[in-house]
Design a protein around this ligand. Sequence first.
Ligand code: AMP
Length: 250
Amino acid sequence: MTIFKDMPQWQSFRKSLTGTLGFVPTMGALHDGHLLLVKESLLQNDKTVVSIYVNPTQFNNKSDLKTYPSSLESDIEKLKAIGVTALLTPTYEQMYPDKYCYKVTESDFSSTLCGSHRLGHFDGVLTVVLKLLLITQADRAYFGEKDYQQLQLIRGMVEAFFIKTKIIPIKTIREADGLAMSSRNKKLTKEQRKLAAQLFEQISKTQSSEQTKLSLRKLGFKLDYLEEHFNRRFVAASLGDVRLIDNVEL
Ligand code: AMP
């Protein structure tokens, strides 16, 4: 696996690659959910490139950015072991030569759900994904249904800007007790971790949204939202200062 910190160097390496290329963008602290996206890419493409970039423009909360988990050494080992071709670890200067003067804004769905609680979040996400799709020139890019609103917005952006990369959705991977795998789970205390499994358990029950909200609040979750769209139930809730999101098909 070749590691590229310098994007022009990657772009010239990219020109030498033959066959199909799959791309998995991540913010690192890799878990089995991320690795499933990578494995799917390895199966469907001749080569696979992964990026690890904690994108500051999508963090509306400075302390969330500061405390975002990182485990680059072990991430590299995991990616090497499964046969990834290249890893991109760009810097802010590499990703934002314009200092974020240019951005992608979606003006409909992005202001609901997570967008209404994390101002500017999806501008940051869409902008960095557009940059990464252009830098990688991948045939396919893999995104998790865990971040379903993000996945929908990326699909919309790809269509809106005639981007050739095919967006492949991957089902949410869960811990044995149902908690959706997430890098942020590492920030939970032992007690919070135990309680966190209730998020999936409660939203999966055949009960009204109102009843589910009540149950989650009683258990100690601070709710940002619990809403139903496209036959799915979406939730964002915090335990202490760890914000968790999840969604299930109804
Ligand atoms: P992140 O590093 O959190 O930005 O996630 C990188 C990619 O992995 C995104 O497309 C996420 O939706 C996806 N992902 C994160 N957690 C999971 C999970 N538990 N199951 C499936 N995909 C996931």
